[in-house]
Design a protein around this ligand. Structure first.
Ligand code: FES
Ligand SMILES: [Fe+2]
Length: 367
């Protein structure tokens, strides 16, 4: 599999941004042992329920903070205390700021170097998200609000965990501008409009088209507003009788390998009840089936380092330039924004009066 350096993305191996690291419903009392960004990590809930994400290895003598069941620290339920995590080997304890705050057998103050790496974490919409930045800065953009999670008209999603995919994430992000794959892969027809828009750390794809099976000829097109917030979070809002809000999240595990999740929320015209859940799950499954059409290609393709473009392909070069901003120092982000911000229209057959004044329903009205 190809790596970041093969695609000449920039200074960093992994892009700066917010990423999904866990399905929040799976994080209970026991720490979760994770591997992302080519490092071993431990995710745990403090006694308050707040999640914390730390590097896995203890600076004392290198024990793994999460991979232990047999020690008396774990048996005596002393691993999590307050918001701190205690190492099972000799019992050093680390606060959520990563500093050692207790050595149970020593009258010596913990050395200043007794510190583990920590990462900003948020729990939102049933997902644990982390901020990753090789420069170690605070988040330079916000995690998507995903406010429909708390709106009773929406049936909350249940995350589909699709596991690991041996592809560099750029191959997935390419989809944003890949207009030519919609007909052969997804069964679209009569593309009414397709355009991309760049707005700093956001990349949009606005798409309206007919479909072989989902739409009858002459019916209004299926309309999807799809956008990336940074390099690892895709959301897609679809209008229709039942508006839906899809999430595709992908997080690097190693350079050139990602973990992928999918999920979908459905909005009803009344406060959703348990009776609406099966219909919402059926929509989620249909969405997953459409995503599987992309996934099958990604599962077997070779890396595409240099796309061979012809007229009718979308602006994949722009998409890749947008993506590179996250692999270079934040000080250079403005260069990318000033080169890219704006709209690139591939097709637009709509009459101006048919275009809503503000088409970005997805973030302005729903999110
Ligand atoms: S290795 Fe962690 S306390 Fe000794
Ligand atoms: Fe696709």
């Amino acid at each position: 599999m190809a790596k970041s350096a093969d695609y000449r993305l920039g200074d960093f191996t992994f892009g700066r941004g917010w990423y999904m690291v866990a399905d929040a419903t799976k994080l209970e009392d026991a720490p979760m042992n994770l591997r992302y960004f080519a490092r071993d990590l431990v995710l745990y809930r403090g006694e308050s329920g707040t999640p914390h994400l730390v590097d896995a290895y203890c600076p004392h003598m290198g024990a793994h903070l999460g991979r232990n069941e047999s020690s008396y620290i774990v048996r005596d339920k002393e691993r999590i205390q307050g918001e701190s995590i205690r190492c099972p080997f000799h019992g050093w304890r680390f606060g959520p700021d990563g500093r050692c705050d207790n050595i149970p057998y020593s009258d010596q103050k913990p050395p200043a170097a007794a510190k583990i790496g920590t990462y900003p974490v948020e729990e939102r919409a049933g997902v644990i998200w982390m901020w990753f930045d090789e420069e170690g800065n605070e988040p330079s953009f916000d995690l998507p609000p995903l406010a429909m999670w708390d709106d009773p008209h929406w049936v909350q999603w249940k995350i589909d965990d699709l596991g690991e995919l041996p592809q560099h994430p750029i191959e997935i992000v390419d989809n944003m501008t890949d207009m030519a794959h919609f007909t052969p892969i997804h069964g679209s027809r009569d593309i009414d409009y397709f355009y991309n828009e760049y707005d700093d750390h956001l990349q949009w794809q606005m798409f309206g088209a007919g479909h072989r099976t989902l739409i009858k000829e002459g019916d209004p097109p299926l309309e999807l507003d799809t956008w990336y917030t940074g390099p690892g979070i895709l959301q897609s809002f679809m209008r229709g009788e039942y508006p839906t809000h899809m999430l595709i999240a992908h997080t690097p595990v190693e350079d050139g390998v990602i973990h992928v999740w999918h999920a979908l929320m459905v909005k009803f015209d009344h406060e959703a009840t348990a009776e609406d859940v099966p219909a919402a799950r059926a929509y989620q499954q249909a969405s997953l089936d459409a995503f599987a059409q992309d996934f099958e290609i990604w599962s077997h393709k070779r890396a595409c380092i240099n796309p061979m473009m012809v007229r009718g392909d979308g602006p994949i070069d722009k998409c890749r330039l947008w993506y590179k901003q996250f692999y270079n120092p934040i000080a250079r982000a403005g260069e990318f924004h000033s080169r890219l911000n704006g709209r690139i229209v591939m097709v637009d057959n709509r009459k101006p009066e048919d275009i809503p004044v503000e088409k970005r329903l997805a973030d302005k009205q729903v999110a």
